[in-house]
Ligand binder design. Structure first.
Ligand code: D5M
Ligand code: FE
Ligand code: ZN
Length: 413
């Protein structure tokens, strides 16, 4: 409902431009060949980022080397294991083959081994053994965000609200808090908030987790989207809204996820929101915001050391994805990936802002000048979350100044 006598003097958001969106371009049928193609694309695009850092040789050339000389290699992490004497054997794969690389436990770079995820692309520099069969690693490089990255900013004072995980249709959806947020958007204080970005999990969905139906307030998926659409109408009509799906939404689970189908777009049409895939690079007022729902964060948090990634500091897990220049590096684990002709999950362009959700925790910080923000949720603690001690950060709306990239968080609890 539009609030009567809205204080807003008319917003004039510029339509967002969207790149890197798989919607309408998905060609994947899941055939084996397509996995080869998507990994080749990942390797090529990330090795381009690393090429300036090392003078690498392909594995084929290393294999035919007599040994003893300095050498560098760029490859996808195929395997990481510790040797009997406590060193690390990292197998790297390129388009020609697989090559073993040994990281000695007493080298300072040994601690970087803890941060490796399978299938990410890295570069190593070192010395070939006397017989040329193994590379002794002296340095290890991630594609990373250049420290010199200078983020783009808007050239007028304008703001964006970054939210995610609304979960309409769940008994725990916080409808009243959402309405307080929407009402605030109608006040003079919020008149520069011209954009609303929603990073997935619009609705609770059906059959996402075992026994989830016991906690649904709306059991029909279309009725959930109809209810979500009503909540969206509470938001001022002159705001530009961009949304991507999450793992609870009614699109394929495997990433990259295409944006909502025509049927759902019809239900959501009242606000003329921009509907895009997961992930998508969304440019608002010149600021490049990489929106990604965040399913891989669970994996990054599970696999990496606590100080590098935890539920209490979700932005640090995001730093790891920025460092790897890929939103979901590990294939075959918890995060489902669909093979496409290109790897839409590679961060080819450096974003100015990285916006995720999914873990229902609020956290933000800057990594090499990129603002990483995980935006919490609008759902109270579920029984499952209680059973595993997840305390969600709900009903907060992070507000981003697009002209300064400063963030303020508003509490609607
Ligand atoms: O995910 C919210 C967070 O809770 C995310 O970190 C996954 C985790 N979660 C929630 N329910 C489950 C179940 N049943 N199994 C495993 N992990 C779970 P969301 O995408 O909102 O469900
Ligand atoms: Fe969620
Ligand atoms: Zn989710």
């Amino acid at each position: 409902m539009e609030a009567e006598g809205s204080a807003v003097g008319g917003r004039s958001p510029v339509p967002a431009t969207i790149t890197g969106d798989v919607t309408g371009r998905s060609t994947g049928t899941g055939e084996y060949d397509e996995f080869v193609t998507v990994f080749r694309d990942r390797y090529e695009r990330l090795s381009k980022v690393l090429r300036g850092r090392v003078t690498h040789r392909p594995t084929g050339s290393l294999e035919s080397s007599p040994g003893g000389e300095d050498a560098a290699l760029i490859g996808m992490v195929n395997d990481v294991r510790s040797t009997a004497s406590g060193h690390w054997l990292v197998e790297l794969e390129d388009t020609q083959g697989v090559f073993p690389c040994l990281v000695m436990k007493d080298k300072p770079i040994a601690e970087l081994v803890d941060q490796l995820l399978l299938d990410e692309v890295v570069a190593v520099d070192g010395t070939l053994s006397g017989d040329g069969s193994i590379l002794f690693v002296d340095s290890l490089h991630f594609p990373d965000i250049p420290r010199t990255h200078r983020p783009n900013t808007a050239d007028r004072h304008v703001q964006a609200a970054l939210v995610s995980d609304v979960h309409v249709g769940s008994q725990e959806f916080m409808g009243e808090a959402w309405s307080r947020f929407a009402d605030w958007l109608h006040t003079a204080e919020a008149e520069s908030v011209e954009y609303l970005l929603i990073a997935g999990d619009m609705v609770e969905g059906v059959g996402v987790y075992p026994n989830q139906d016991e906690e649904l307030s709306i059991v029909d998926i279309y009725e959930q989207y109809e209810a979500f659409s009503e909540h969206l109408k509470e938001v001022p009509g002159d705001m530009e809204i961009v949304m991507i799906p999450g793992n609870h939404d009614a699109v394929r689970l495997a990433e990259p996820q295409p944006g909502f189908t025509e049927e759902l777009r019809d239900i959501l049409n009242a606000h003329d929101a921009r509907i895009s895939g997961n992930p998508s690079m969304v440019s608002v007022e010149g600021v490049d915001v990489l929106m990604y729902h965040g399913v891989s964060l669970d994996e990054v948090i599970a696999e990496l050391p606590e100080e590098k990634a935890s539920y209490d500091e979700p932005h640090k897990a995001m730093y790891q994805l920025l460092k790897k220049r890929h939103v979901a590096p590990q294939y075959g684990g918890h995060t489902r990936l669909a093979p496409e002709e290109r790897d839409y999950l590679v961060m080819e362009a450096v974003p100015d802002v990285f916006h995720t959700g999914h873990v229902h925790k609020l956290g933000w910080g800057k990594y090499h000048n990129v603002l990483a923000i995980n935006s919490g949720c609008w759902q109270e603690q579920t029984d499952f979350q209680k059973s595993v001690n997840i305390e969600p950060d709900h009903a907060f709306a992070p507000i981003l100044d697009l002209d300064t990239l400063n963030l303020t968080v508003r509490d609607f609890n």
